[in-house]
Design a protein around this ligand. Structure first.
Ligand SMILES: [Zn+2]
Length: 356
């Protein structure tokens, strides 16, 4: 597939820089460095109307141009083509095309992606004990509520979260204004502690997680079928061309095409192995429902034993967003289904270790 930032030279397979797209690619890398997380970047790209590479096939068909999702954004951010390299099977070689992303920027992005992979997308937050930093939103203003505090004699007196729009545009523009940190944090933690006891919520969360796993498996299987089709077609062509080789003749063009086919077949077979591995990984992630419920039911004592830093990590893992509407006084929590599954898995592992 052609990739954003380059066009394929029609006379060959060489990549030539598409300047307008290259500017966007660099901006996308910068956005990731700014947000340190895939989802906010996906949302920003959607807001800007920036989409994946659009191109026309040789038969004149329009392809690509879909909005970015986490997977396609991840693929873009990890594509070594942007630093002038090519990936062949598991090795990276120098390519013949120019880089369009600064190597240092690319490496910083890889380091962040790796770190966030380890913490499953939850950025390391909470240096100052604000559990809901980056999670709490003011519903009427549609903006973040950021942690703040008053001090007296150099010590923290009172912690609160304040609507960033109210701070900029004045108190009377926002019904939420500010909320005491202890009160809302306690509420959110209370809700989290309930997860293990709330069988209905647990079932819903697990069903969501399974749906995501099934969708991912479906995508991978569709890719697998596409690859199998390509492979069958190329093998057929390979057999046909081999039959056309005549000893003594100049078989130059046939041999060139055969070599090209063999290279393509090698690449596709490599990708198929990867896809099979990924399908297996997703299926292994499917947790036994009972085990999960059991693990989460002991969450309460576990929570109290955590350090504030660990608590913040757990909240980042579990909670996607906390919405506060000052007009109605309503607080609602949106959970990460995958985060709950990840936490349940950690707790289940701890239980197994303890009982072993
Ligand atoms: Zn507000």
């Amino acid at each position: 597939h052609p990739i954003l930032g380059y066009d394929v030279d029609p006379r060959g397979f060489r990549l030539v820089v598409n300047e307008a797209e290259a500017v966007r690619v660099r901006a996308i890398f910068e956005l990731y460095l700014e947000h340190e997380s895939l989802l906010p970047v996906v949302q920003e790209l959607e807001r800007r109307g920036w989409v994946n590479k659009r191109w026309t096939t040789r038969k004149g068909r329009e392809r690509g141009g879909q909005p970015f999702e986490r997977t396609s954004l991840y693929r873009l951010l990890t594509n070594v083509a942007y630093i002038g390299k090519v990936r062949y099977k598991d090795e990276v070689h120098d390519g013949e095309h120019p880089a369009i992303v600064d190597l240092a920027v690319f490496q910083r992005v890889q380091a962040l992606l790796q770190r966030n992979g380890q913490t499953r997308g939850a950025p390391v937050r909470n240096k100052f004990g604000a559990l809901l930093k980056g999670l709490l939103r003011c519903v009427p203003c549609g903006c973040a509520m950021t942690p703040s505090h008053t001090t007296r004699n150099g010590t923290k007196r009172y912690r609160y979260y304040v609507c960033s729009s109210a701070q900029k545009r004045g108190w009377d523009t926002c019904p939420s204004k500010s909320i005491p940190a202890a009160q809302i944090e306690e509420f959110v933690v209370g809700q989290i502690k309930c997860i293990g006891q709330d069988q209905a919520l647990l079932r819903e969360v697990l069903a969501q997680a399974r749906k995501q796993d099934a969708a991912r498996t479906g995508e991978l299987e569709a890719e697998q079928r596409g690859l199998e089709k390509d492979l069958a077609r190329w093998h057929a062509e390979l057999r046909k061309l081999s039959g056309q080789l005549r000893p003594g003749d100049d078989n130059g063009s046939i041999i060139t095409r055969l070599a090209d086919l063999q290279e393509r077949i090698g690449l596709v077979e490599g990708r198929m192995r990867k896809v099979r591995e990924q399908i297996q990984t997703v299926q292994q992630q499917l947790l036994d429902e009972e085990e999960t419920a059991l693990a989460l039911s002991v969450f309460d004592p576990v929570w109290d034993a955590l350090t504030p830093r660990e608590q913040a990590h757990v909240i980042g893992l579990l909670v996607e967003r906390v919405d506060y509407d000052g007009a109605s006084g309503k607080v609602s929590i949106t959970f990460h289904p995958t985060g709950i599954k990840a936490l349940a898995q950690q707790l289940a592992d701890q239980r197994r270790k303890r009982s072993a």
